[in-house]
Design a protein around this ligand. Structure first.
Ligand code: PXG
Length: 483
C-alpha cells in the first residue's frame, strides 16, 4: 500500500512539473507571438538579404517555424513542400536528430576553439581528412571558413599566394563569368557576374575579368549546343591572350550555374575549358557550393561535369545547412608550393574550423555514406525527377526545361516559338512563385526561370506530388498572366 501511495504521489508531482514547465511555454509562445506581431517586429528591426523591403512589408514576411523531411511549416500552420532545400542546401532533408545530438555533444565537450597560431581540434582534423577522402585523389588540403562567400575570398587569396610562391607574383587576375554567383562579400560578389549586384557599391574590385556564360537558350543563336559550348569556352582563351597569360591566375566557375538560373553548359564546354587552362597553366576553380554533396549525382559537380579542378569551394550541403560552414580544397601541387615557400598565410576567420560546425559536417557525411543517399538518388529518383520535369516542356508557358541531377529550371515565356518574355521585370517568375507558395510548394524564381533543387532524399511519391503542384501552379500562373 505504502509503495502504491508513494508512486501515485510521485506521478502527481511529475504531472505538475510537466504542467508548470510546458504550459507557460506554450501559452507564452502563443500569446507573445502571433504572425502579425512577428511580422511587425521583423519589419521594425530586421534587414533581410536580397529582399525588397517595401514589397515585403506590404504583405508581411512569411515566418517559417518548423520543418521535417522535405516539408517546412509557417506560423499560420501551413505546410509547404520545399522544392529548394532551403536555399540549395538541406541535401539530407530536415529533422535529422543525429545532427542535433552531435552538435549538443560537441558543445558540451568543446564549444569553441580556434585553429590559429599552431592549434588544432579533433572535429576540424577529422573533417579535413574526410574531405580529402571524398574529393578526387589530387585534392587533399582544406582551409575552413563559414560560408561560400568567404570561401571564394579565400580562393582569390590562395591562388594569388600560390603564384607568388611559384615566382609569378604578377599572376593576379581571376577570370569568371557574367551571371555567375560566387557570394556576397565585396570580393566574391566581384567574382560573380551579377550586374545588379555590381551596380550597388563599387564592384567589381580590380583584378577580376568576366567572360560570357554558356546560356544556350537565350544566347546560342543559330549554333548547335555543342558548337555554342566550344565557342563560349574559347572566350576564355581569347580573354587570357588579351590580358596576357603571365597576368592570369585562375578561372572560376560553378559546374552548373545555380543562382543564375540553373544554366547547364553544353557537354563540350568543360572539356574545352580544361584544355585551355592546361595550355596556359591557369588554375581551374570549381565553385561547388551548390553542385557539391550529391546535387549532380556524384559527390561533386566537377566529377559529373568532367572538370580538371585545382581548387574547390564548398559550403551549403557540407552540413546540409544545419550549421554555417565553408571550405576550400586545394590540389597537391598547390599545397606543396605553399609548404615550400608560403611562410605564414596571413588569412583566417575566428570561426575557421569551428568544432561544432565540423562535427555536424562529419555526421552529415557519415549519414550520406551510410544511407547511400547519393547512390540511391542517382539510381532511383534523379532520372525519375528529370523525366517528369522534361515532360513539362509541353506546357504552353514553358519555353525551355534545363535539368541535371536534382537541379532543374523551367523558363517561362509568352511565346514558345519566338522565346519572347512576358516582360523584362520577371513578372512571370514572381507570379508563379507566389502561386506555387499558395499551392504549398516552394520554387525559386530567377527572372522568369522557375528553379527546383529538392532534398536528395525526396521519394518517387513525393516527386509525383511535387509534379502535380508544379502543373497546377503553371496552369494558374498562365491564367493570371493571360487574363
Ligand atoms: N557560390 C555559389 C555557387 C553559391 O550558390 C555562394 C557561393 C555563396 O555562399 P554563401 O554561403 O556565402 O551564401 C553561393 C550561394 C539564390 C541564392 O538566390 C543562392 C546562394 C545564396 C543565396 C541565395 O539562389 N548561393
Amino acid at each position: 500500500m505504502r509503495v502504491h501511495k508513494d508512486t501515485s504521489a510521485l506521478a502527481t508531482r511529475i504531472c505538475w512539473v510537466i504542467i508548470c514547465t510546458i504550459a507557460p511555454l506554450i501559452i507564452g509562445v502563443m500569446r507573445t507571438y502571433n504572425t502579425a506581431e512577428l511580422q511587425a517586429l521583423d519589419r521594425n528591426h530586421h534587414i533581410h538579404p536580397f529582399t525588397d523591403h517595401q514589397q515585403m512589408w506590404a504583405k508581411g514576411a512569411r515566418v517559417i517555424t518548423g520543418a521535417e523531411n522535405i516539408y517546412i511549416h509557417d506560423s499560420d500552420g501551413n505546410r509547404y513542400l520545399d522544392g529548394m532545400s532551403g536555399l540549395w542546401c538541406v541535401n539530407i532533408g530536415y529533422g535529422r536528430s543525429e545532427l542535433a545530438e552531435i552538435a549538443k555533444l560537441q558543445m558540451e565537450q568543446l564549444p569553441y576553439y580556434n585553429s590559429f597560431f599552431q592549434t588544432a581540434q579533433l572535429p576540424a582534423i577529422e573533417l579535413a581528412e574526410e574531405l580529402s577522402a571524398i574529393t578526387p585523389a589530387h585534392l587533399n588540403r582544406v582551409f575552413f571558413g563559414c560560408s561560400g562567400s568567404d570561401g571564394n575570398d579565400t580562393v582569390i587569396r590562395l591562388v594569388r599566394h600560390f603564384w607568388a610562391c611559384e615566382g609569378h607574383p604578377d599572376r593576379q587576375i581571376i577570370i569568371s563569368r557574367k551571371n555567375a554567383y560566387h557570394g556576397s562579400t565585396m570580393a566574391s560578389a566581384s567574382l560573380g557576374g551579377m550586374a545588379g549586384m555590381h551596380a550597388q557599391g563599387g564592384m567589381p574590385i580590380p583584378g577580376i575579368a568576366h567572360i560570357e556564360q554558356p546560356y544556350f537558350y537565350r544566347e546560342g543563336g543559330e549554333l548547335s549546343p555543342e558548337e555554342f559550348g566550344l565557342q563560349r569556352a574559347r572566350l576564355l582563351e581569347q580573354k587570357i591572350l588579351e590580358l596576357g597569360p603571365e597576368r592570369v591566375a585562375a578561372f572560376i566557375g560553378e559546374p552548373i550555374q545555380g543562382a543564375g538560373g540553373v544554366i547547364v553548359p553544353p557537354d563540350t564546354y568543360w572539356p574545352e575549358i580544361n584544355r585551355i587552362c592546361r595550355t596556359y597553366d591557369i588554375l581551374l576553380c570549381s565553385d561547388e557550393v551548390i553542385c557539391g554533396f550529391g546535387r549532380t549525382g556524384t559527390w561533386f559537380g566537377m566529377e559529373s561535369l568532367n572538370m580538371n579542378t585545382d581548387v574547390m569551394t564548398m559550403a551549403k550541403g557540407l552540413t546540409s545547412g544545419y550549421q554555417p560552414l565553408g571550405a576550400v580544397m586545394i590540389s597537391n601541387r598547390m599545397a606543396q608550393a605553399l609548404d615550400r615557400k608560403g611562410g605564414e598565410f596571413m588569412h583566417g576567420y575566428t570561426y575557421s574550423g569551428h568544432p561544432v560546425a565540423c562535427a555536424v559536417a562529419l555526421k552529415n557525411i557519415e549519414i550520406m555514406r551510410k544511407e547511400r543517399i547519393i547512390e540511391n538518388a542517382r539510381e532511383n529518383t534523379m532520372a525519375y525527377f528529370q523525366s517528369g520535369i522534361r515532360s513539362l516542356a509541353d506546357h504552353p508557358l514553358v519555353g525551355e526545361v534545363r535539368t541535371h541531377g536534382f537541379l532543374a529550371a523551367l523558363e517561362l515565356v509568352k511565346n514558345k516559338d519566338t522565346r519572347e518574355q512576358f516582360d523584362e521585370n520577371g513578372t512571370a517568375g514572381l507570379t508563379c512563385r507566389e502561386v506555387s507558395f499558395n499551392n504549398g510548394l516552394v520554387m525559386r524564381a530567377v527572372g522568369d526561370s522557375m528553379v527546383l533543387c529538392p532534398p536528395l532524399i525526396i521519394t518517387r511519391d513525393q516527386i509525383d506530388r511535387m509534379h502535380d503542384l508544379i502543373m497546377t501552379s503553371l496552369d494558374q500562373t498562365r491564367s493570371v498572366l493571360t487574363k
